[in-house]
Design a protein around this ligand. Structure first.
Ligand code: NAD
Ligand code: ZN
Length: 709
């Protein structure tokens, strides 16, 4: 579609336009500017919607789009029908057949503050001649939109938004989303066929896990769950799609046909009723999150209140959508070719900022990887101050063309670690300097190596102080052995003083010597001692994770802990045996097998055991009684007594597994308050046992073996 040369020209053009906008340059050539803006926006739409790999930040894109709109409003005679302001962006790729939407799938108009919302409400009231309007407010899910057609209760077609008029037919990929029912009882309401719309997304924790894996390999993480979701949805191989853990919220009915002789039920007279209907039929819809209010002030209050909850939600949202609740009124208000007039997006504050790159430091990690870390002038983004940002590896620095002294665009989306989107090269004044990569380890001065095909430089000296210290810090960290009183600074301090020289050293600290140190009271020493003592009984998977074997994250650590009776069993395992375990590929298997072949590592493990640490699998501990081995669990709704993560850990400690959705593989569904579609779905599968929180606690407490019922 675009050649490399054209792409480069268009990027250059985008940057020129942004510079002109920033410097408020007066426009010499209006036609040229309009034409440039349109070409740039159309190109970036393609990068964003078709490639799922934007090159501009949303913030920059939005600035260009707003500029085009402003120029067109001032010069209405210059509006062309193919302008991006007049239609939905082209979003069809080549991998799927194109299908027509029954009703156009539009974009939304954006608002950013109370004033915008008041304006919109005023227009609505003027047009409808009503004094007060009923609105339904719901989250604006940050994913990729889909359209689903159900005929005679059966999901017959799934499609992407595409260019709004036609989209890509991705039915087989939709089948991979476990929260989308393939059959739903619309006929119970007299509905023969229906088109419904929603958003496919990736939950934050799934996204985080996928990114952790990337970071563990020193790859730059994916920018946000949205790009991940839209990319995953449009993969050619449905089996790959199934692995991405996609989820979907359905939030709109666009079209329906009643069965002959049937009249419309009240469920489809207002938007909020429809959302409830979706939930009742087993879809995930924002029925719980939505709020129906009268008048715009209540809308403003709710969006501001909801924004505070943004980070507590399991999925990403980038704002709220406000819809006129009554369908008849929606019809009267109508739509433009770009968006419906009866809906409005309220966008939350951008989580981006610009800052200056002051210097780059090189940190040596526990596996010897040398990571460049950017030090920027601290800026507040989304409630935290960001001053230090990992640049992952040399390739990232090269690709982003970073220089010391550059102005950089920084993003921090939700829980995602902050990252540098790009340098604003146009703002250079010639004083910027290249970033120089060290040839020797900044800590032990050994020469650095970079294996063929990798982008990470490494110090391969196993006794490199930086690595030894980082391994200990990782070992005591929260998700590993969780020795809280022995944080990063104490590890560094004790190591420097020669009180602790390696991981077994943690369990051999001479407390008499510690007592003579300044700054350690009796109480804090007792606490430290008992925290160290307690860590000895941590479950095996935490110890395995704590060892910091390359590529072994928390999930793999659990797999390994469940696969052995004793950690040293792995001494005798071949790579083939490891490969047979779930989710362990050749790279991971190679790394594990290498770890257990090193004499020093075996000696360390033996020493840890003799110091009293638990190297036995909890699976083995529970083999007689109370074991949940082979049983699958899922939690839904809000638990009152337990934190969800603690409850899940209780299951896993007894050998049970947590599934991500309801299927016939599920044995127990534990139901908290406000349980939704999962419960409905589980009720239809009679092999699933449904338990309350109390019943679950009894099950965990009971010592008798549980069998599959
Ligand atoms: N960085 C780039 O190069 C680039 C390029 C193109 C677009 N963008 C970004 O995308 C935005 C425009 O994208 P868009 O046209 O998809 O609009 P949008 O994302 O601003 O809003 C419209 C979309 O919101 C979604 N949505 C989520 N929850 C919804 C709900 N409850 N009800 C109704 N709709 C809901 C729907 O998918 C709908 O299509 C721009 O503002 C920009 O930030 C960025
Ligand atoms: Zn070193």
């Amino acid at each position: 579609m675009y050649t490399k040369e054209i792409e480069i020209t268009l990027l250059q053009l985008a940057k020129d336009l942004l510079r002109k906008l920033q410097q408020k340059e007066s426009i010499q050539d209006l036609d040229g500017t309009l034409e440039g803006l349109r070409r740039v926006i159309i190109y970036n739409d393609w990068r964003y919607y078709v490639q799922s790999d934007p090159v501009l930040s949303d913030y920059e894109y939005d600035q260009l789009f707003a500029w085009l709109k402003e120029l067109e409003t001032a010069n209405p005679d210059k509006i062309s029908a193919d302008s991006p302001t007049q239609r939905v962006a082209q979003g069809n790729g080549k991998n799927f057949p194109t299908v027509q939407h029954l009703v156009p799938m539009l974009s939304l108009e954006n608002s950013y503050n109370a004033e915008d919302l008041n304006d919109w409400d005023r227009k609505n009231r003027e047009q409808s001649k009503l004094e007060e309007i009923e609105y339904c407010i719901e989250p604006k899910f940050d994913g990729a939109s889909i359209s689903l057609i159900f005929e005679n209760d059966i999901l017959s077609r799934g499609a992407t938004r595409g260019d709004g008029v036609s989209g890509e037919e991705i039915t087989r990929n939709i089948y991979q989303i476990s929260s989308v029912p393939k059959k739903a009882d619309f006929s119970k309401y007299g509905i023969q066929s229906i088109e419904i719309r929603g958003e496919v997304l990736i939950n934050k924790d799934t996204f985080k896990k996928q990114n952790e894996q990337r970071v563990a390999e020193n790859l730059q993480p994916l920018a946000n769950p949205r790009n991940a979701a839209s990319g995953s949805l449009r993969m050619v191989d449905p089996r790959e799609v199934a692995k991405r853990g996609l989820d979907a919220f359905l939030y709109h009915m666009s079209y329906h046909v009643m069965e002959p002789g049937k009249t419309e039920p009240k469920e489809i007279t207002t938007h909020s009723n429809t959302l409830q209907l979706f939930a009742d039929l087993g879809f995930r819809s924002p029925a719980k999150e939505m709020k129906v209010v009268k008048g715009i002030q209540a809308v403003i209050d709710y969006v501001l209140e909801f924004e505070k909850e943004r980070d507590n939600l399991p999925y990403e949202i980038d704002g709220m959508v406000i819809k006129v609740n009554d369908y008849e009124l929606q019809d009267r208000l109508g739509m433009t070719t770009h968006h419906p007039r009866w809906a409005m997006a309220y966008k939350f504050k951008a989580r981006q900022a610009t800052s200056k790159l002051r210097k780059v430091e090189f940190q040596v990690g526990r596996t010897g990887s040398v990571t460049p870390v950017a030090k920027i002038d601290p800026v507040p983004i989304g409630g935290v101050t960001v001053g230090s940002i990992s640049l992952f590896n040399e390739d990232v620095v090269r690709e982003k063309d970073l220089k010391i002294g550059d102005t950089v665009l920084v993003e921090r989306a939700g829980d995602v670690i902050p990252y540098i989107v790009k340098s604003l090269a146009d703002m250079r004044d010639g004083s910027e300097e290249d970033i120089k990569f060290p040839t020797h380890c900044p800590v032990c001065n050994d020469p650095l190596f970079k294996p063929e095909g990798e982008s990470v430089w490494r110090c391969v000296n196993l006794n490199c102080e930086a690595q030894v210290v980082e391994r200990m810090i990782h070992f005591v960290s929260k998700d590993a052995m969780d020795i809280r009183s022995l944080g990063e600074s104490n590890v560094k301090k004790f190591y420097a003083l020669g009180l602790m020289k390696d991981i077994p050293g943690i369990y051999k600290i001479d407390f008499a010597k510690l007592e003579q140190l300044e700054g350690f009271g009796k109480k804090s020493l007792t606490n430290l001692q008992s925290a160290i003592e307690q860590s000895k009984t941590q479950p095996l998977h935490r110890l395995i994770f704590g060892l910091g074997v390359r590529y072994v994250g928390e999930t793999t650590a659990k797999t390994l802990a469940n696969a052995c009776n004793h950690l040293l069993d792995f001494k005798g395992w071949t790579e083939e045996q490891l490969l047979a375990l779930e989710d362990i590929g050749p790279k991971v298997a190679g790394s594990i097998s290498q770890f257990f072949q090193l004499h020093d590592n075996i000696q360390m493990l033996e020493e840890l055991e003799s110091l009293g640490l638990n190297l036995k699998s909890n699976k083995a501990d529970h083999s007689s009684g109370g074991s949940l081995n082979g049983l699958n669990f899922l939690f839904t709704g809000t638990l009152n007594k337990l934190k969800r993560s603690d409850a899940e850990e209780m299951v896993e400690q007894q050998g049970g597994k947590i599934l991500s959705g309801v299927s016939s593989k599920l044995n127990f569904l534990i139901v908290g308050d406000d349980a939704g579609s999962k419960l409905e779905k589980a009720k239809k599968i009679n092999t699933i046992r449904i338990l309350s929180e109390d019943e679950f606690l009894q099950l965990i407490a009971s010592q008798t073996p549980v069998s599959e019922s």
